[in-house]
Design a protein around this ligand. Structure first.
Ligand code: F6R
Length: 608
């Protein structure tokens, strides 16, 4: 959701900014722009549409300066258009700015500025910031910036060029991510690390309430009262290739195939034949022993991982687990006690609703753990403790490997807690730990065995306008995730139901040829699911079943079957998701959809 880049150094800024924006494309955008300062002029070019359209304009219209900023916009205020694209400037063209976030009180500020005689070129909330800087400027940009942000309500990651200081960029951050990449004779600014992973692995993570003044060989950081701040360098161990496609047609397919390795990384030094070690969470023995209620908060796919955890924790520990969509949780009056645990789950660690829910839970005195893929993110920093998901950079908007690592992280956590609470026999604990260790190899097997069939089914299902996913127990939560994947990237209307729920209304929609994906990986409830499958089959549905190894009875009833390799029943979800991801991918491919950047969606949802 909106991407920001910046460069100060000794090379031509335009192409570096463009390449940085290209690597942030995955965040989702509808227009883009860059501004470059060569000491004489700040040239600004901006264009609605994909970055390729901007590229043509850059060559003819941008100077060879070595300082600049760039932006990909995901429209909030004002439709996508050349004029509404960032960067924006003030009346005198002294300040040129790019902004991620939303200025909630922009209308009041705009009225004030119009009364003062400023003229506006766009419909955006952002443009008020450039004019307010102009209004507050008295020969010192930092003081003008301080005064300006005192008047802003909302969220912002801001980058600012100033005509009078050609080799300098000012930045500010509140509730929207911003990082500074440290180079030699050059420094970089971005909203996310992959933008400049090829240039540096050392970063400062700017925190809320901080400014930075960035020159070619100097980075000075301040709090919002202008007190200087020292910060630790954050060194990433990702290879630049991890954020490249490596021969795959799409990031999504690459990320599906990376899942066995992603799970290996997650479990390394945490899951051993002798059990689970999650002491890194620093939770006191007493707290863990007495824990009898857990709240899980997340959005979208991350929320679905929480639903699996609910079944697992309830089954293994018999404790109460509430799972909430964060955009609801933040406005609900949820009773939480201090001896309860809140787990906030977020791949990006920047999802605005999850962050707000985390803050609410902390205010109520709860202990909060973050399950996140982004160590330096807001959610990671604000939680009391963090379990890093180690999925590696996930570029495709549709989450696959991060989801899987969330699910496996919950498996690990549930077993760890069951042991602490002495609710599991030693033998079962060791067997389950052993089953976890087998998961990466089993994932390799499932990818190998299901890819071709899913590709073939996709050819048939790509013509449908509706699809249904059904299952019981954790299979129902997998059905929800499978349906979400299909709809978000192939734009086919897909719904998920607990298998037993169809006859309470939805069965009316089942007619000849409608695709139904039936999940039956739980032996304990398989017979029940089978009778629901018979019901949809009798009404003409085309059924693809994904079932446990040994459920051969289903072959007589359905059109196609995929068997999930043998593993503890509580862990089948980690394997079942793979064919569902592949089905969504190949269906979207046949429908010629923009798989890695589906329409209207963004990777990191930093607005409400
Ligand atoms: C769907 C998807 C989204 C995210 C959701 C939360 O494939 O990726 O539903 O899961 O936007 O994002 P994070 O995990 O970054 O908080």
């Amino acid at each position: 959701m909106c991407g920001i880049v910046g460069y100060v150094g000794d090379k031509k800024a335009a192409s570096i900014l463009y390449d940085g924006l290209k690597r942030l494309e995955y965040r989702g955008y509808d227009s883009s722009g860059i501004a470059v300062n060569d000491g004489f002029n700040i040239d600004v070019v901006k264009k609605k549409g994909k970055l390729e359209q901007l590229k043509g304009k850059i060559e003819d219209n941008v100077n060879g300066g070595t300082t600049g900023i760039g932006h990909t916009r995901w429209a909030t205020h004002g439709q996508p258009s050349d004029l509404n694209s960032h960067p924006h400037s003030d009346c005198s063209q002294n300040f040129v700015i790019a902004h991620n976030g939303i200025i909630e009180n922009f209308q009041d500020i705009k009225k004030y500025l119009l009364d003062k005689g400023h003229t506006f070129k766009s419909e955006t909330d952002t443009e008020v910031i450039a004019h307010l800087l102009e209004e507050n400027y008295e020969n010192d940009v930092l003081s003008a910036l301080k005064k300006t942000i005192e008047n802003l309500e909302g969220s912002y990651a801001l980058t600012i060029l100033n005509n009078k200081e050609p080799n300098r960029i000012y930045v500010a951050r509140k509730d929207s991510p911003l990082i500074i990449g440290i180079g030699e004779n050059e420094n970089f600014i971005a909203s996310d690390i992959p933008a400049f992973l090829s240039e540096t692995k050392d970063f400062y993570i700017l925190e809320d309430g901080e400014f930075a003044v960035i020159d070619q060989d100097n980075i000075n950081m301040y709090d919002f009262d202008l007190n200087p701040k020292e910060k630790e360098i954050y060194h990433v161990d990702w290879d630049p290739e991890m954020a490249e496609k490596q021969g795959y047609e799409h990031y999504m397919l690459k990320e599906i195939h990376e899942q066995p390795d992603a799970v290996r990384r997650l479990m390394a030094n945490r899951v051993m034949p002798e059990g689970i070690d999650l002491e890194e969470l620093n939770l006191e023995e007493e707290f863990l022993k007495n824990l009898n209620k857990i709240h899980i908060i997340a959005c979208g796919t991350a929320y679905h991982s929480g639903l699996i955890a609910k079944y697992m924790l309830e089954d293994l520990l018999n404790i109460s687990v509430e799972v909430d969509v964060a955009s609801e949780y933040r406005y609900r009056n949820v009773p939480i006690k201090e001896d309860e645990l809140v787990i906030a789950v977020s791949q990006s660690g920047e999802t605005s609703d999850t962050l707000a829910s985390l803050r609410k839970a902390k205010q109520k005195g709860a202990k909060v753990i973050a399950f996140t893929n982004s160590r330096g993110s807001s959610i990671a920093r604000e939680a009391d403790e963090m379990l890093l998901l180690k999925a590696g950079p996930e570029i495709s908007v549709a989450s696959t490997k991060a989801y899987l690592n969330m699910v496996v992280a919950f498996y690990m956590f549930s077993l760890f807690l069951a042991k602490k609470q002495e609710k599991i026999e030693e033998k079962e604990y060791l067997e389950m730990s052993g089953d976890l260790i087998k998961l990466p190899d089993l994932l390799d097997q499932v990818i190998e065995e299901s890819e071709k069939l899913m590709e073939d089914k996709a050819k048939q299902y790509a013509k449908s306008e509706n699809a249904f996913f059904i299952g019981r127990h954790t299979d129902y939560t997998l059905a929800l995730e499978g349906a979400l994947k299909l709809k978000e990237i192939s734009y086919i209307h897909a719904e998920a139901y607990p298998a037993g729920e169809l006859k309470h209304g939805t069965l009316a929609l089942i007619e000849e040829g409608v695709p139904v994906i039936a999940l039956g990986t739980k032996e304990s409830v398989f017979e029940k699911t089978l009778s629901n499958v018979t019901e949809v089959k009798a009404r003409g549905a085309d059924v693809t079943a994904i079932v446990y190894n040994g459920a051969e009875d289903i072959e007589e009833v359905v059109d196609h079957v995929i068997y999930i390799p043998e593993v503890n029943e509580l862990f089948t979800g980690a394997l079942t998701i793979v064919p569902l991801q592949l089905l969504a991918y190949y269906t979207a491919l046949i429908r010629d959809c923009d798989i890695d950047q589906p329409r209207n969606l963004a990777k990191s949802v930093t607005v409400e």
